[in-house]
Design a protein around this ligand. Structure first.
Ligand SMILES: Nc1nc2c(c(=O)[nH]1)N[C@H]1C(S)=C(S)[C@@H](COP(=O)(O)OP(=O)(O)OC[C@H]3O[C@@H](n4cnc5c(=O)[nH]c(N)nc54)[C@H](O)[C@@H]3O)O[C@H]1N2
Ligand SMILES: Nc1nc2c(c(=O)[nH]1)N[C@H]1C(S)=C(S)[C@@H](COP(=O)(O)OP(=O)(O)OC[C@H]3O[C@@H](n4cnc5c(=O)[nH]c(N)nc54)[C@H](O)[C@@H]3O)O[C@H]1N2
Ligand code: SF4
Ligand SMILES: [Mo]
Length: 714
């Protein structure tokens, strides 16, 4: 037996699971074992295959190891890092001089969210050059939550604490796979959900598919995808009609309930059943389980959502109705409730049981040439393909992409791809030649996570249901001969050359001598509840002993606005529209456990497990079309067509097919060839990625011989 010579603890930062990892190395410093760290107090030994194969990404023979510059012939050639910084800065300077700061944009992809220093410096750099052109994946994800927070108002103390909840209603969220559901314990998802069940929590899941999470549900409601707004309107109607609202709460904190009640009135159980495929009895049962008060005490627990409703039509209306149900049922944290995570790295802040008044920044603030404004300081990602290259003040001419692959990820790939070709300058901070990097003028490959000193993000620490943080030192050396960057350093180098100052956490950075990452992390944590040295010393992560915090009574008389005119109007539109569909099937989004969006599909271990993204369909839907599992099929939407391998999935509702996004860069097919930027929401430009109509056609064996699923444009 080989005895490990070195053990090291770190954590995976691919997703918000933040799984603690434990690495063993032999005497030659080769990795001998990777496992979830059983001693990690929060993640308790869990890690998925993505985390357990992280090191393969670091040593991948596809990894880019030095800066690349596009040549006039379209190839890439190596360029020295400082030369790249000089050239890019010079070009950025010229674009800013000619067109103003807004012409330079930055796109934050998923792999820079959990890199806190880069996360902070991206917007800091943009504001230093006078640009408002900050884009992130949030606005092609669940920005309905942002729209709703602003439109309905925010309860400062948040939803009912998960720990005190009797009932959880999940709409289109699958934390067992995604580890991404707000306000819930998602670390070590199987253990967490079993703990929740053991604690007596009732789980209701609304999902067109019997998802891994729905397997644990007390009630699984299986609607037609894309109809969440209709279903939720029907549920709210039922709750109000049954008298299950929290009258005292509503009287004190709510405006507009009567108008909203009138507007949901036409969503009768019969109408909802016809349109969503959910029977009146099931809708009633779900509403009762969630909302009916106990005889002796208040029922607690909340509705929360994932990408299912946020990617369908009327996504902002769906989210509004979700929050309206929470508000009407009074499912918000009350004075005296514990704040289970008062924070570790961030300053202590009181939580108040009160409303932060609605505020429509997209109407009152800056707007682009199409009338789209900003949300929480960001422009809308699905406007990017329209703004790129145009000669209006909102035009984007240079873009820095950090840890993302927008050419694949933004709907309607053909339009997005053409737009990116119009950029004067595209810079990607990216370790692999993804579809976006292939269009870049410069690619700056980053140190990957196991090569960086890093901390669980202070900005996102609220996701932990305990005052937890972990710091990890780099555990792998950089590959021999590599010339890599720290994501944050790119922004510092540009700012220095452009002669603009950068600030972090209110402190001006030294723009002459480059700071160390450690210094910047320390700066981020200034004012936090636990000092950096203490967090750093707690190897392997710790739940810190911060003084308990409880929700305080609120002050002020702000109210939630349940019935703003645009919501009432959208309910009328929804009710009037025809659910008729030119296609016989509906497409549903879904994620796979083994891959994170577009990243890392080609790693050896993952490639052995998954070679493509299949088209999942109910066995009956395959059989009735003469398709056998394994056959290749063409999937056709109103906007395009792709090919894929059919796979039978009896967990799906019949009439629904499902496929995972993020593929198509050499393996599998990109579902964004099916989607469109045509119909986008007027506030957040959210396109439709679920619930749209498709048909599937068998492909003849002949036609298909030897094909990997490629993208086919219609
Ligand atoms: N049709 C459809 N489209 C969708 C979705 C959908 O459900 N359906 N989902 C949407 C959602 S929710 C999202 S969040 C977006 C995702 O959109 P993006 O964030 O644009 O896509 P990712 O694949 O997550 O991009 C991560 C990139 O980071 C790179 N990377 C890996 N490690 C590092 C690192 O250490 N440093 C840096 N700098 N980069 C690294 C990876 O190689 C990869 O290219 O896609 C959206 N698009
Ligand atoms: N393994 C893994 N984990 C991830 C990611 C990944 O790619 N892989 N991506 C990360 C990212 S970027 C994000 S945003 C989160 C997302 O986190 P989640 O939103 O939890 O993502 P999913 O696991 O796709 O769960 C969405 C569920 O919605 C259902 N659904 C589809 N259409 C509809 C609909 O119209 N209505 C309803 N009610 N349900 C519907 C699907 O069947 C699916 O079970 O996950 C993160 N975590
Ligand atoms: S990708 Fe897997 S291992 Fe990494 S944090 Fe997420 S769940 Fe954990
Ligand atoms: Mo996402």
């Amino acid at each position: 037996m080989e005895h490990p010579q070195r053990e090291a603890k770190t954590f995976c930062r691919l997703c918000g699971g933040y799984c603690g990892l434990s690495y063993s190395f032999d005497a030659g410093d080769r990795i001998t074992k990777v496992q979830g760290d059983r001693n990690n107090p929060l993640t308790r030994g869990y890690a998925c295959v993505k985390g357990l194969t992280l090191h393969e990404a670091h040593s991948s023979d596809r990894r880019l190891l030095w800066p690349l510059k596009r040549t006039p012939t379209g190839d890439f050639e190596r360029i020295a890092l400082n030369q790249a910084y000089d050239e890019i800065s010079q070009r950025l300077g010229a674009i800013i001089a000619a067109r103003g700061g807004d012409a330079v944009g930055c796109f934050r992809g998923t792999q820079s969210y959990l890199n806190p220093v880069a996360y902070a410096l991206q917007p800091a750099f943009l504001s230093a050059i006078g640009s408002r052109s900050f884009f992130s994946t949030m606005t092609i994800d669940q920005s309905a939550k942002w729209v709703t927070a602003r439109r309905i108002g925010i309860w400062d103390a948040g939803l009912d604490p998960y720990e005190l909840s009797d009932v959880l209603l999940l709409v289109g969220a699958n934390p067992l796979v995604s580890l991404a559901t707000a306000n819930m314990a998602v670390q070590n998802p199987v253990k967490s959900i079993k703990d929740a069940k053991a604690a007596g929590k009732t789980l209701i899941v609304i999902d067109p598919r019997r998802s891994q999470t729905a397997e644990f549900a007390d009630l699984h409601v299986q609607p037609i995808p894309g109809e969440d707004a209709t279903l939720l309107a029907g549920m709210l109607r039922h709750i109000l009609a049954a008298g299950w609202a929290d009258g005292d709460f509503v009287r004190q904190y709510v405006a507009g309930l009567e108008r909203l009640q009138a507007a949901v009135e036409p969503f009768t159980p019969h109408y909802v059943a016809q349109r969503t495929g959910v029977s009146a009895e099931t809708l009633e049962a779900a509403a009762r389980l969630f909302a009916e008060p106990y005889p002796d005490r208040r029922k607690r627990g909340f509705v929360t959502t994932g990408t299912g409703p946020s990617m369908g039509r009327h996504s902002n209306l769906s989210e509004h109705l979700v929050e309206a149900i929470n508000i009407v049922c009074g499912r918000l944290a009350r004075p005296g409730d514990p704040v289970v995570n008062p924070g570790v790295a961030m300053p202590r802040r009181p939580r108040r049981a009160g409303v932060v008044a609605p505020f429509r920044e997209w109407e009152s603030g800056w707007q682009d040439a199409d009338g789209y404004g900003t949300l929480f300081g960001e422009r809308m990602t699905a406007t990017l393909p329209f703004s790129i290259g145009r000669n209006t003040p909102d035009g984007i001419h240079a873009l820095i992409v950090d840890g993302g692959n927008p050419v694949n990820a933004i709907p309607e790939s053909a339009r997005v791809s053409a737009a990116f070709d119009r950029l004067d300058l595209l810079v990607c901070i990216e370790p692999f030649l993804n579809e976006t990097a292939l269009k870049a003028d410069y690619i700056l490959p980053p140190r990957m996570m196991l090569e960086r000193n890093d901390i669980t993000s202070p900005f996102l620490e609220v996701i932990f249901r305990a005052p937890y943080a972990q710091y990890a030192e780099a555990i792998l050396p950089e590959p021999d001969g590599a010339e890599l960057v720290d994501d944050w350093e790119v922004f510092w180098e540009f700012a220095r050359r452009l002669g603009v100052p950068l600030a972090l956490n209110g402190v001006s950075l030294d723009m002459e001598r480059k700071p160390e990452t450690e210094d910047l992390i320390a700066l981020l944590l200034e004012g936090g509840q636990v000092d950096f040295a203490t967090i750093r010393a707690a190897e392997g992560g710790q739940i810190f002993d911060v003084p308990p915090l409880h929700v305080e009574p609120g002050d002020g008389d702000a109210r939630f606005d349940l019935a703003p005119p645009d919501i009432i109007e959208e309910l009328q539109t929804l009710r009037a529209e025809s659910a008729a569909n030119a296609f016989d099937l509906r497409f549903a989004v879904r994620r796979m456990r083994d891959v994170m969006n577009t990243a890392h599909h080609h790693l050896p271990t993952l490639e052995k497990r998954l070679s493509d993204n299949p088209l999942w369909a109910h066995p009956d839907d395959l059989a009735s079309r003469g398709i056998a599992p394994g056959d290749r099929v063409r999937i056709v939407s109103a906007n395009g067509a792709i090919e894929a391998r059919a796979e039978a999935d009896a967990t799906l509702r019949t009439g629904v097919v499902s496929m995972t996004h993020g593929w198509g860069g050499g393996m599998g097919a990109n579902v964004n060839a099916l989607t469109s930027l045509g119909a986008r929401d007027p506030i957040n430009a959210m396109p439709v990625m679920t619930g749209y109509g498709v048909r599937i056609e068998p492909l003849s064996a002949n036609f298909n011989a030897g094909h990997q699923a490629g993208r086919v444009e219609c």
